[in-house]
Design a protein around this ligand. Structure first.
Ligand SMILES: C[S@@+](CC[C@H](N)C(=O)[O-])C[C@H]1O[C@@H](n2cnc3c(N)ncnc32)[C@H](O)[C@@H]1O
Length: 186
């Protein structure tokens, strides 16, 4: 499939049984077009990477960063690895959750999270990974408005996280989430 952004075009392979196999997801496009640029260095995470469109875009945009791409679907991980190799992004490491070093912290997380798994598993996933942001780090999440974006934002605020709605476009919200209390000026 073909991913077209203002700053790059990528041809990526997907497969049946992997999210987005019929074309690049609209939410993914909204995130890649609207979210702020990733830090140029450090460790970045694509949470729920699928065949890798977010991770590979981040890796192209931030060649000095290490990009981690995680998914529970092993076929998705295989595709993300193959797509990263054919895109020439050697700074992407894809794996299942247990393959990502447990001590790693992330300077930024970008995710089109799996909202269709249901609230409890989605909340568990966010509770597992978002606290692994570095103190100055932020997560950028895209969520479809009709699939509970605003109630997810309320739940995240209920965790004491700071949540800003950066964009609302084409039925999707892009949220910036920080797990620590914001300091003046941040
Ligand atoms: C909405 S899809 C986004 C896929 C890809 N990032 C994209 O933009 O096309 C969410 C992904 O999260 C993955 N996922 C579901 N539960 C997960 C979990 N507990 N840990 C990691 N990934 C998970 C799914 O397999 C799916 O690939």
């Amino acid at each position: 499939m073909h991913l077209r952004l203002a700053d790059m075009e990528l041809d990526l392979e997907s497969d049946r049984g992997v999210f987005g196999s019929k074309g690049v997801d609209l939410g993914t496009l909204v995130l890649l077009r609207e979210a702020p640029a990733a830090p140029a260095t450090g460790d970045l995470l694509d949470l729920g990477c699928g065949y890798g469109p977010i991770a590979i875009t981040l890796a192209r945009r931030a060649p000095g960063a290490r990009v981690w791409a995680v998914d529970v679907n092993e076929r998705a991980v295989e595709l993300a690895r193959a797509n990263a190799a054919s895109a020439g992004t050697s700074n992407v490491t894809a794996g299942t959750p247990e393959q990502i070093p447990a001590e790693l912290q992330f300077d930024a997380i970008y995710s089109n999270p799996p909202v269709r798994v249901g609230k409890a598993p989605l909340h568990r996933l966010l509770l597992e990974w978002l606290p692994r942001l570095t103190p100055g780090g932020a997560a950028y999440l895209v969520v479809q408005r009709n699939l509970g974006a605003d109630s997810l934002a309320s739940w995240m605020r209920g965790q004491g996280w700071s949540v800003a709605r950066l964009k609302s476009k084409k039925g999707y919200r892009v949220f910036k989430v920080k797990v620590t209390e914001p300091t003046a000026g941040s």
